[in-house]
Design a protein around this ligand. Structure first.
Ligand SMILES: Cc1cc2nc3c(=O)[nH]c(=O)nc-3n(C[C@H](O)[C@H](O)[C@H](O)COP(=O)(O)OP(=O)(O)OC[C@H]3O[C@@H](n4cnc5c(N)ncnc54)[C@H](O)[C@@H]3O)c2cc1C
Length: 432
C-alpha cells in the first residue's frame, strides 16, 4: 500500500512526485518517462513530439526549470513567420502586428476592420469566433484568424469558448497595428518572444533532469482498472497496487473508462470532452540550413500542415552537421479526419510548394508520430463537463493533474505547476 500512487510520468507526474512529502509510487505505461516531452532519435536526428519550447512565467517554476537544466539551458529570441501562398509572401508572426508587404486590399480590410472594433458596443463575445472579431475586426478574422483556428482546432471557432486564450493571442493598439502595417516592424509581440530549450538532448532533457530526483518510477505499467471501493489499481500485466490517494495524469476520458461504477451523467460528460490529435511528420534533409526560422505558420487550406518548425534551429545538437531537420504538424480529429496513408509524400509535396524543400533534395530520414491526445478543445460545454468529472473523481480521492487530468490548455510550465499544486494539496491532507 502506497500513501500516494501517481499515474503517468510526464512532466506533471514527475513534478507531483518531486513535490510530495509522502511515500509515493509512480506508474508509467511507456518504456521511458516524459510523456509528451519525450524526444525521438532517428539516425542522430532528434525530434520532439511537436516542437516544445519553454517560456515559463511563474517565478517558482522558472527557477525550478533553470535549476534542473543548469548549463544545458539555451536561450533564444523567437523567429516565427507566416506564409501566404495566395501572394507568395512571408510576414512576421503574429499576423495582426505585421501586415506590411501583404497586398494593399488585405491591409486595408484589416485596418478598417480593426478601426471598427474601437467603437465597441456593449455586445460582448459569446464564442471564440466572436472574440476574434470583437478584438481584431472582420478583416483580420477573415484573412487569417478564423481559417487558422479552423485548421488547428478542427471545429469552427464559433463552437469554442475563449477561456483558454489568456495571453496566447496578443492584442494590440491602433498605433501598433499601423506601425506594423506601414513598415517592416521587427518588434516581437506575444508571450514567447524569448524562449528556452535544452542545448543537448532536445526537450527530453527536461523530464530526464527531473527523473534523476524522483524515485520509485515503474515503467511499462499500463493501468487497466481502478477499483474505487478497494482503492486498488490493476495493470495490464495483471499486477495490482493499493493506494490511499491517487494522482492521475491520464486523459480524463481514459481514467473514467478504467472505472466500472461511474454514474451515467459523469460517463456522458467524459464522452463529450473533445480533443484534437496531431500527426508530426519529421524529415531529415541532406542540405544545410533549409530555413533561418524557428516556426512558420500555414493557415491556408492548400497545405496539410498548420505549422512547421526546425529542430536544427532550436538547438544545433538535434541535427547532424551539414543536414537540416523539419517537423510538420497536421491537426485532425473525429470532426476532421485525415488519413495517415501517404502523409509523408503529401507533406513533402506541400513543403516543395512552400519552397522550403527543393524537388531534388535528398531526404535521409522520414517518420510519422501520431499524438492521439494533443490539445484539449474548449467547446462550449468544456467547463461544465470537466467540473462534473472532477467532482466525481475527487470524491473518491482521485486527484486529476496535468494537461489531460485537469483537461486544460497547459504548457510545460503549467503542467509542472499542476503537479506541484496537487502534491501540496496532498501534503496538507497528511499534515492535518
Ligand atoms: C504538439 C504539441 C506541442 C507543444 N508545444 C509546447 C511548447 O512549445 N511549450 C510548452 O510549454 N508546452 C507545449 N506543449 C504542451 C506540453 O507537452 C504539456 O503541457 C506537457 O508535456 C504535459 O505534461 P503532462 O504530464 O500533464 O501530460 P503527458 O505528457 O501526457 O503525461 C501523461 C503520462 O501518462 C502516461 N499514461 C497515459 N495512459 C496511461 C496508462 N493507462 N497507464 C500508465 N500511464 C499512462 C503517458 O504515457 C504519459 O507519460 C505541446 C503539446 C503538444 C501536443
Amino acid at each position: 500500500m502506497a500513501e500516494v500512487v501517481i499515474l503517468g510520468a510526464g512532466l506533471s507526474g514527475l513534478s507531483a512526485a518531486y513535490h510530495l512529502k509522502n511515500n509515493y509510487e509512480v506508474y508509467e505505461k511507456e518504456e521511458k518517462v516524459g510523456g509528451l516531452c519525450r524526444s525521438i532519435n532517428i539516425d542522430n536526428f532528434l525530434f520532439d513530439y511537436g516542437p516544445h519550447i519553454l517560456f515559463p512565467k511563474d517565478k517558482y517554476v522558472s527557477r525550478l526549470i533553470r535549476r534542473l537544466l543548469g548549463k544545458n539551458l539555451h536561450i533564444q529570441s523567437r523567429e516565427a513567420w507566416i506564409y501566404h501562398k495566395s501572394c507568395d509572401v512571408y510576414t512576421r508572426f503574429p499576423f495582426q502586428s505585421h501586415l506590411f508587404s501583404l497586398p494593399i486590399p488585405v491591409v486595408k480590410d484589416c485596418i478598417l476592420g480593426f478601426f471598427n472594433t474601437l467603437k465597441k458596443e456593449d455586445k460582448k463575445p459569446k464564442n471564440y469566433a466572436e472574440w476574434i472579431i470583437w478584438n481584431f475586426g472582420e478583416g483580420i478574422a477573415d484573412h487569417l484568424m478564423i481559417p487558422y483556428a479552423k485548421k488547428i482546432w478542427t471545429i469552427h471557432p464559433r463552437n469554442m469558448n475563449f477561456e483558454w486564450v489568456w495571453n496566447r493571442v496578443p492584442r494590440l493598439s491602433m498605433d501598433e497595428l499601423l506601425d506594423g502595417a506601414l513598415q517592416d516592424n521587427p518588434r516581437l509581440f506575444g508571450f514567447n518572444t524569448e524562449f528556452w530549450y535544452p542545448l543537448h538532448g532536445a526537450i527530453e532533457g527536461l523530464p530526464l533532469s527531473f527523473s534523476s530526483k524522483v524515485k520509485n518510477v515503474h515503467l511499462k505499467k499500463d493501468v487497466k482498472k481502478v477499483y474505487l471501493r478497494k482503492k486498488c489499481i490493476e495493470f495490464s500485466d495483471n499486477s495490482k497496487v493499493h493506494y490511499e490517494n491517487l494522482i492521475s495524469t491520464l486523459p480524463l476520458p481514459d481514467i473514467i473508462k478504467c472505472i466500472d461504477d461511474v454514474p451515467t451523467e459523469v460517463k456522458k460528460a467524459a464522452q463529450s470532452l473533445k480533443n484534437n490529435s496531431v500527426y508530426c511528420v519529421n524529415l531529415g534533409i541532406k542540405r544545410e540550413k533549409i530555413s533561418p526560422y524557428h516556426y512558420i505558420y500555414f493557415y491556408e487550406p492548400d497545405f496539410l500542415f498548420h505549422r512547421i518548425s526546425f529542430p536544427m534551429s532550436l538547438s544545433p545538437h538535434t541535427t547532424p552537421k551539414g543536414y537540416s531537420s523539419v517537423t510538420t504538424e497536421i491537426s485532425y480529429s473525429r470532426y476532421k479526419k485525415i488519413s495517415r496513408e501517404n502523409i509523408i509524400e503529401g507533406v513533402i509535396k506541400d513543403l516543395i510548394k512552400a519552397k522550403i524543400l527543393f524537388p531534388d533534395d535528398n531526404i535521409v530520414v522520414s517518420d510519422v508520430v501520431d499524438i492521439k491526445c494533443a490539445y484539449v478543445i474548449y467547446d462550449l460545454n468544456h467547463r461544465k463537463n470537466v467540473k462534473k468529472i472532477h467532482g466525481f473523481l475527487r470524491k473518491h480521492r482521485i486527484f486529476p493533474c496535468g494537461r489531460f487530468g485537469e483537461w486544460e490548455y497547459f504548457n510545460m510550465d503549467h503542467s509542472i505547476a499542476s503537479g506541484k499544486r496537487i502534491a501540496e494539496e496532498i501534503n496538507d491532507i497528511y499534515k492535518k
